[in-house]
Unconditional design. Structure first.
Length: 112
């Protein structure tokens, strides 16, 4: 019985951690200036993601999928911006991909 309770607690903790992932829901499309939080790459499938934060979204980090046609360049720009602590300017599509993420169509370093 105790094992079952422990398993349920662990399962619940895992579910909470996965639901904490912040897909970019209800983010308006268009150009936005953001701060870099992190960069993620799924080498097996060739997907790349950026986690961004913006005052427009109340500084809540959101995860975006990088369009495949600009993936390499966008990762280079994102790594540069992250290492220098500079913001990026991104073009966000309003619709979502099949995985539920909004897609970035352009990523540039931003200098005010």
């Amino acid at each position: 019985m105790k094992l079952r309770v422990v398993m349920l607690v662990i399962l619940f903790a895992l579910m909470v951690s996965f639901t904490g992932e912040s897909k970019a829901a209800d983010v308006p499309g268009g150009w936005t200036v953001c701060d870099m939080v992190r960069i993620g790459v799924n080498a097996e499938h060739g997907f790349a993601y950026l986690e961004l934060r913006s005052p427009v979204w109340n500084n809540q980090p959101k995860i975006f999928y990088i369009d495949e046609s600009i993936r390499k360049e966008s990762i280079a720009v994102a790594l540069t911006a992250l290492s220098l602590g500079e913001p990026v300017r991104v073009l966000i599509r309003a619709d979502k991909n099949p995985r539920g993420y909004q897609v970035l169509k352009a990523v540039y370093t931003y200098t005010p």
